[in-house]
Each structure stands twice: as C-alpha cells, then as structure tokens.
Design a binder for this molecule. Structure first.
Ligand SMILES: [Zn+2]
Length: 288
C-alpha cells in the first residue's frame, strides 16, 4: 500500500522563479562550474537583558536579518553588493529583508559551488535560516567550500580570520570600520553608513577571492573530500583536466592509493594542484 505525507499548507514551500536577469544580478561565466564567492552582513537581534555582562536574553524585540551581501562569480565580472537600501520599497522602519534574501537565493540556485569564509558556520546557515523563514524551498543542489575550514585543514596559522589570513599572506587588509555604529547607522537608514557598509562588504569579497585563489591548489587534494572537480564540467571523453582550475596543462606525477586501488595522480602545471584519474590503474573501463 502506498502512502505519502500530507504536508500541512502552512509548511509548504515555494520555489522562487525570478531569474538573475530579472533581479539585476550578474550572470556567471558561460563555461565551467558556476562558483559563487559571497559574504553576508546581518543586522543584530534587538533584545532585552537585565545586565550588561555575561547575561541572558530575557526577551526578543526584533530578530536579526540580512542587511547586505557582496558576491562575485569566480572568473566573472566585478564584485557586486546587494543591500536593503537598494530596494525600490526601501523603508528603514520595516526590517524586511526579502530584497537581499530573494537575490541570495537566486544566486545559490544558479551556483554549482558556493564559497564563503566561515560559511559552514555562519553565512551558509544564516542564509538558510532566512530562506526557511520566507517559506522558500532549498535552492537546487550545490557544493560548499568554507575557506576557514580549508585554511585549518591544511595549515596552521596563528589566527584564521579572513583579515588575519589576508594580512599574513600579503593579500591586503580589511577596511577599518566604526564597529557597531556602522550597523546601527544602516538600520537607521543613514546613507553614509550604508555606503561604508557596502564598501566594506565588497572589499571582503575581494579578499575572499584572493584567499580562495591562494588556497586553491590545496583544496580537495586526493585523500580529502573533493567538492569541486572541473572534470565534471567538461565534455565527456575529454582529456584529464586539473580538478581545481580546469587547465589541460597537467602532467602525470605520482599515484594515489586507497585500500583497494591505485590511481594515476596528475599535477597541474598552472596552479600546482594534484588530482587523480576517475578510474583505477589497471582497470580497463572508466568508472563514469
Ligand atoms: Zn590547476
């Protein structure tokens, strides 16, 4: 006997249909995987407490929401920022973040891979919480790369913030800002605060791209979880390509063993990343 769940109407989701073009968002490059770099800025929750230090929230006046986010398609055109004040219907009193959330959803839906610094614990899950709040279904599947996690996986730096990693590797530094005053200024609708927030947000996504390129040869090396493989985006039967950057300029260098098999390892002459053939050495047929 077949059965299916009866989802109560209040829990049904909608899948947004607006295209990137309709939402005035930049499109990814036409070839290869769609890799989205992004960084969100949230408004703090407004709450009551009895004390200033080491205290508990006793009541919530207003929940946090997404003020702005900056994004860039890897290999694509310039970074862009989307902020609530850009909405035609912008009203600082409303705190409705549909303008940012709808656009973030559309970008995730288009992406094959999304990249954020601390995304696994912040940007990604914060965004998801807002998708859920607005009753949207999950965006179509994509892989996630968290540059913070990758930085910790392969290296030991003394700190792993975007700012610190960028400083250490001479990639640039974050723009100094005025702290919470900047957030409060945006929430109050102050244009100067918004401009500063947008500048700050754009700069972070630029640093993120620099860091991503720097980490690229290490991310997804054989033996580690591989969340991006350019070979999956090439015509089938094409020669082996660098899994990290898609270059065909690869040489056989070493091999990679699992408990059962040995695979040809390839090193990219452009970015230095190692990747492996999809089929084991000695096997007659490709697995895919
Ligand atoms: Zn490469």
């Amino acid at each position: 006997m077949s059965h299916q769940l009866t989802i109560p109407p209040e829990h049904r989701t909608t899948t947004p249909t607006a295209t990137l073009t309709q939402l005035a968002l930049t499109r990814p490059p036409t070839d290869g995987p769609n890799i989205l770099l992004y960084d969100i800025e949230t408004a703090p929750s407004l709450v009551y407490t009895w004390d200033q230090y080491k205290t508990n929230v006793i009541a919530t006046e207003r929940d946090w929401y997404i003020l702005a986010f900056a994004y860039k398609w890897l290999d694509g055109r310039k970074e862009r920022v989307v902020s609530l004040r850009q909405a035609d219907t912008y009203d600082p009193e409303s705190h409705d973040d549909r303008h940012t959330v709808d656009r973030l959803w559309a970008l995730f839906d288009t992406a094959d891979i999304v990249v954020a610094h601390n995304g696994d614990r912040f940007d990604q899950v914060k965004s998801n919480a807002r998708f859920l709040f607005h009753g949207y279904s999950p965006p179509s599947p994509y892989g996630q790369i968290d540059t913070l996690k990758e930085a910790k996986r392969y290296f030991r730096h003394y700190a792993n913030s975007l700012n610190e990693l960028a400083r250490y590797h001479r990639l640039g530094t974050k723009i100094k800002h005025t702290g919470i005053a900047l957030w409060l200024g945006c929430m109050a609708g102050d244009p100067a605060a918004w401009r500063q927030m947008e500048r700050y947000n754009l700069h972070d996504v630029r640093l993120l791209e620099e860091l991503y390129f720097r980490l690229l040869p290490w991310i997804g090396s054989p033996g580690h979880v591989n969340r991006l493989n350019w070979n999956h985006f090439q015509p089938s039967g094409d020669r082996h390509r660098c899994a990290s950057c898609g270059s065909g300029d690869v040489i056989k260098r070493g091999s990679y063993r699992t408990a059962a098999n040995r695979f040809q390892a390839w090193q990219c002459k452009v970015c230095g990343h190692y990747s492996r053939s999809p089929f084991a050495l000695g096997e007659k047929t490709e697995l895919r």
